[in-house]
Design a protein around this ligand. Structure first.
Ligand code: GLN
Length: 488
């Protein structure tokens, strides 16, 4: 039974289709594995085994009674969902005490589209509180452990989803990425993770952190599997005014590994001193591999890169301070029992939010305050435009940009908890993508000398997820980093 959990999505769907396995068997195999190892990993905040078995049974029944062409494409495939995406009637905590008992009355569009395609939901995965963090240590419930080394973090904020896929608790998982929260944990866990273009995937039902930066992303072992899921969740949604009416290509990935005709830019601002030498070496060697496959490698410059971190932490916190104003104890979730209304607001927010969330709300409120608005928020928006232009200019010359995902491999649990700035620096290479709204794909390219995975990021022009997936698919056909798995 345990090998069932090691099937790729394509293999699992083929076996389901040929009726060699049932969705119940597949789902039970994942639930068994979760039962065995979840106490070490702590990937899930909420497990939904009854629901999963119910959905699996329904999937099997549907398959029994219909011919293949009538069946939804992902029928019977198990999946894990980050606990910031709403699913009707399943509690959604966002990793926060303030939403401990919150049960949403509606389902996120991304999840709904996957449900319509037939998936089985195994549970809701751990996250830093309101997706603020890079390690899952800011979750009010638990810290997720890195499956490669339990003393290390899995990255964050979607660390639960990344650890779940890495541990073979689920073949695929959804996460969210506001500044790197899909790509950085994918990199720390040695799997692949896509942050789509802003506007490509609906944010309806994704509980808001920084609305101009947030996007729903996908974790799987390979680009091929991500491509399959991406096509189901992408596309215009009338419920998200920022989602775009741009057709989603049907992505077919060939067995051809040639990258002839592709130009890959290597920005000098992303290969700086301070990067862990093994990260630098593994990423450079992956770039050479792409060159060997026929790509032309071009040195480029993204000159405003150094401003991305301060700009992000002004814009993200400003938007967060506005988005999180709704948690006042009157409408959603936790409400303190206090004598006066004013005291109730204070107590609800004072004890409902954790310290990182409070820090962000204070920073954001300050950046937006009347006397400082122009100096901070207004200025940050201007510099954001310059960062966006850097990318536009680069994409006149290249098809994709190659960088490390993070300056280091997975750090130890507790290593950065008392140093917010050190934690913020983990996202230095991923957050420019969110500021510019362009897509980014992280994938494994090696290991450091402690045996921890190293990830590389390819960024592409707006709405060019397909070319990133093709590039990484070609790389993965010619290498095997994505096949090396941790021993639990
Ligand atoms: N670590 C970054 C932050 O804390 C990014 C988080 C994310 O992408 N959700 O804001």
């Amino acid at each position: 039974m345990s090998q069932l959990t090691e099937l790729t999505i394509t293999q699992a769907l083929a076996l389901l289709q040929s009726r060699e396995i049932s969705s119940i068997e597949l789902t039970e195999a994942y639930l068994d594995r979760i039962g065995k190892f979840e106490s070490q990993i702590k990937a899930f905040i909420t497990l939904t085994p009854e629901l999963a078995l119910q959905q699996a049974q329904a999937a099997d029944k549907l398959r029994q009674n219909n011919s293949d062409y009538q069946l939804p494409a992902l029928l019977g495939l198990p999946i894990a969902i980050k606990d910031v995406l709403a699913i009707k009637d399943i509690r959604c905590t966002c990793g926060s005490r303030i939403l401990e008992d919150f049960v949403p009355p509606y389902t996120a569009t991304t999840v709904q589209r996957l449900l319509d395609a037939g998936v089985v939901v195994l549970g809701k995965t751990n996250t830093d509180e309101f997706a603020m963090g890079s390690s899952t240590e800011n979750s009010a419930y638990q810290t997720t452990h890195n499956p490669w080394n339990l003393e290390h973090v899995p990255g964050g904020s979607s660390g639960g989803s990344a650890a779940a896929v890495t541990s073979h608790f689920a073949p695929v998982a959804l996460g969210s990425d506001t500044g790197g929260s899909v790509r950085q944990p994918a990199s720390f866990c040695g799997i692949s993770g896509l942050k789509p273009t802003y506007g490509r995937v609906s944010r309806y039902g994704l509980i808001a952190y920084g609305s101009s930066l947030d996007s729903v992303g996908i974790f799987a072992h390979t680009a091929e599997e991500i491509a399959l899921i991406f096509q189901h969740i992408a596309g215009r949604d009338p419920r998200d005014a920022t989602s775009m009416e741009i057709p989603v290509p049907s992505i077919s990935l060939s067995e051809n590994t040639s990258l002839v005709g592709m130009r890959i830019g290597v920005p000098k601002e992303y290969f700086i001193s301070g990067i862990q030498p093994e990260v630098d070496a593994a990423v450079r060697s992956a770039v050479s591999q792409m060159e060997a496959l026929g790509a032309e490698i071009v040195e480029i410059s993204l000159p405003h890169t150094e401003y991305a971190l301060p700009v992000y932490y002004l814009i993200a916190t400003a938007e967060a301070s506005a988005n999180l104003a709704r948690y006042d104890g009157m409408r959603y979730g936790y409400s303190a029992e206090s004598a006066t209304l004013w005291q109730r607001f204070k107590d609800t927010r004072g004890s409902g939010f954790g310290s990182e969330v409070k820090r962000r709300i204070m920073l954001g409120t300050y950046a937006l305050s009347a006397g400082y608005y122009n100096a901070y928020y207004g200025q940050a928006q201007k510099v954001r435009t310059l960062i966006k232009r850097d990318f536009e200019q680069a994409y006149e010359k290249v098809d994709a940009i190659a960088t490390p995902v993070a300056p280091t491999t997975a750090f130890k649990i507790g290593e950065h908890t008392n140093d917010p700035l050190a934690m913020y620096l983990e996202d230095i290479f991923t957050l420019p993508t969110n500021l510019a709204g362009v897509p980014g794909l992280a994938f494994p390219v090696g290991f450091d000398n402690q045996g921890l995975p190293v990830g590389m990021q390819l960024m592409g022009p707006h709405f060019k997820e397909e070319s990133l997936l093709k590039l990484v698919h070609a790389y993965q056909l010619s290498t095997s980093w994505h096949k090396v798995l941790p021993d639990l």
